[in-house]
Write a new protein. Sequence first.
Length: 580
Amino acid sequence: MGGRATDTSIKLSGVTTNVLGGATSLSPDSADAHNALGLALRQRGRLSEAIESYQCAIEMRPESADQYNNLADALQEAGRLEEAIAAYRRALVLQPAFVEVSYNLATALQESGRVEEAIEAYRLTLRLAPSLAEAHMMLGNALGAAGRPEDAINAYHDAIRLRPDYAEAFHNLGLAMFARRRYEEAVAAALRATELRADFPEAFRALGCAYERCGRMFEAVAMYRKALVLRPTYPEAYNSLGWNYYQSAKLPEAISALETALAQRPEYAEARLSRAMLLLSQGDFERGLPEYEARWEASKRSATRGFPQPVWDGGDLHGKTILLHAEQGLGDVIQFCRYVPLIRARGGRVVVRCWRPLKRLFTGQLDIEDVCTDKELPPPFDTHCPIASLPRMFQTRLETIPANVPYLGVDQSLVEWWRQRLAGDPPGLRVGLVWAGDPDHSNDHLRSAALATFAPLASVPGVCFYSLQSGPGAEQALNPPAGMTIRFFDDGVGDMASTAALMQNLALVIAVDTSAGHLAGAIGRPVWLLLHLVPDWRWMLGRADTPWYPTMRLFRQTRLGDWSAPVAAMVRELRAMTRR
């Protein structure tokens, strides 16, 4: 969603002393006096002096948990987290049932990135004070950061049960539901947060994001605008607004919103990436490809991928081995492996590290030296490059896209195996279907369909359909829509090498925007791609063809979420094919 679950509640304070300024009856050399002075200095933002005063108090009274807590509070506020953690731990040794200290220790541990330790500290707090709603909510944040989303959701529910008007807990619950793709529940939680707090811009943005994933684009825009009324300088909301406009094909409004986000925060990676995809979808590779590198920062990953070898700078590769590594989906690797011959022309030996379903397909192809999976250690190499960065490295423009197809070959023994397997099938035009992609893809709610979407194709006589679907959604072929007969393979289609061989036995592949479309295009098979209104940047806008794959035709939605028009166009074209 682009947002981060944060605590907006007031931090539990340490023990306070009644120092209002002016004269005091405390002895200037007493621990109480130094402690009181520390409190007064901290209130005035003079943290270094406050820390010194607390340390003097502790020297005089080393057994005081209160003073260690106050020192730790000041250290945490000053960003000296490790020292703060040590002071909180000392306070707990002195007074193990000190609720404020265990809570504050947990927040310091979480802030320092020690999430599992923070979870234990929050649990200690809750053993001491089970009804402390703030601790339940913060525990939820820590559990979410630890990759335990369902536990986080339970913790937010506990916070809300204890405090039904806890807007921040509803907000964070909505973020957690969104992350779990439970979008309707995310809407309900974020909506409740906005009802409880009308001055909560983060919650309005979260509600907008949830509405968007439910296809309620106009309502999403209204929520983003409410967030911006509350906080005019809010680049995250402008980025969300811009992306909404882009997905709705409102390009001038999209670029305006994104430019505003970047004016407010010039290095904002998410907005730079959004703008890059907008530029690329319009064919502006010159400006879009360099900006597309913002995907690393936006996803909080590193282009180095932990390799000690340097990232390739585009220079000479004679005598060197370059590792090309997958970073996105299967389709991206298939699409961009076309650059391997250009790398070979610069003298480089090429090793490809890809996802397991691609290994057999790439082995022995394109003069690739070696292929390994993402679970295997690659052979020795000198430099490396993320495979989706290759268009930038070769300064690709629309007219220079390497598109000599087929650029991937197909194992002829597998082709023959499939030919024999299909030999007894009824005669007719053989058409492979793929209706759904990876449900973990961020845009899967837009690009995937159901098998029933293709039901009108069954009205065309003389066509035999074959399921190329794998993974989630494949089971729909067992119960096809009325009037459609589709061949389903109980043992599956297999890896991408096997899928390519099956495609060679078909006259046509029809697919939504998934790796199957890339595969059919790379091996030079006729392929029709069904696209939502504003698809991934590589398919650009408004075109019925693509410079990436000469044998591919694009069938596009004319209204967001409505597949009827492109499927009707496919029916007409399919009828024309069967008449030839």
